[in-house]
Design a protein around this ligand. Structure first.
Ligand SMILES: [Fe+2]
Length: 276
């Protein structure tokens, strides 16, 4: 089958078919990386990978990073986080505390060098629901008036583990929990495009503001910029391996499925650079 790249929406996202990442032909990895930088989200269809093969395939895109949910890392593949909806704890109302925020965010902003890519492999899917939303935060930034862009370019966020998220250990808190300062608008190192960059739940504050004002500003901005022009909703297929460029895209989970069916995603993060 021929290697093809097809856009999935006008906002972001592309689908790649005709390659086997267990044995990629020469030049394929570079072609996929270029597509990731252009489309921000790329899904490589019809893969069939054991955890070990997945780790090998993912590491072709960079160094696999640590993650701050130590409890969920696979014992024999310590860089793969197993997100299994059937074994999550329940909250005080008996509702499952599913991993994967239902709010728009980017991953692990509490790292000094946050991961450039989040990679997900669909191990098991629910019978219905469980899509993942992606938003092009470069287009979101471009859609704003110039004077607002200029103001946002001045802002810096302090990013920390606010509270103690589920599945983090005391050691995780010590290692990854302290505030890291990042620009609110970051520039993509490959394309030079600027994007709104944050994980609201990890924003301790925007410099010069209290937390409430900071979160209000982010919520207002997301409400005005994430829409049908900037967003794509991914319906998973078995064998999808999806790469999201965290430097330009935000994502969110849709928790509209029966969690007891066991939606299982294997997540790998690829080390990134200090945001500028
Ligand atoms: Fe996430």
């Amino acid at each position: 089958m021929e290697f093809t790249i097809n856009p999935l929406s006008g906002a972001l996202g592309a689908e790649i078919t005709g390659t086997n990442l267990n044995d990629p032909e020469e030049g394929i990895i570079d072609a996929i990386k270029d597509a990731v930088h252009e489309y921000l989200v790329v899904v490589i269809r019809n893969q069939s990978m054991t955890p070990a093969q997945y780790a090998t395939a993912a590491s072709r895109f960079g160094t696999m990073a640590e993650q701050h949910m130590s409890d969920l890392m696979m014992k024999d593949q310590p860089r793969i986080c197993r997100l299994d909806s059937s074994i999550v704890p329940l909250d005080e109302n008996g509702k499952p505390k599913l991993i994967g925020s239902g709010n728009w965010h980017t991953d692990h902003t509490n790292f000094k060098r946050p991961p450039k890519y989040t990679i997900l492999y669909a191990e098991k899917l629910p019978s219905k629901g469980g899509d993942t939303g992606f938003a092009n935060m470069q287009k979101a930034f471009e859609s704003l008036p110039e004077d607002e862009q200029a103001k946002l370019l001045q802002l810096k966020t302090a990013n920390a583990l606010v509270g103690k998220p589920a599945h983090t250990t005391d050691e995780d808190m010590e290692k990854y929990g302290t505030p890291k300062i990042h620009p609110f608008i970051r520039t993509h190192p490959a394309t030079g495009k600027k994007a709104i960059y944050c994980h609201p739940q990890k924003v301790a504050y925007i410099e010069g503001m209290d937390r409430e004002t900071s979160l209000d500003l982010i919520a207002d901005l997301q409400a005005r910029t994430i829409n049908s022009n900037t967003m794509y909703r991914h319906k998973w297929q078995p064998g999808d391996m999806l790469i999201c460029d965290n430097r330009g895209a935000m994502h969110r989970a849709f928790h509209d499925y029966d969690h007891t069916e066991g939606r299982i995603m294997h997540r790998i993060l690829i080390e990134g650079e200090v945001p500028v």
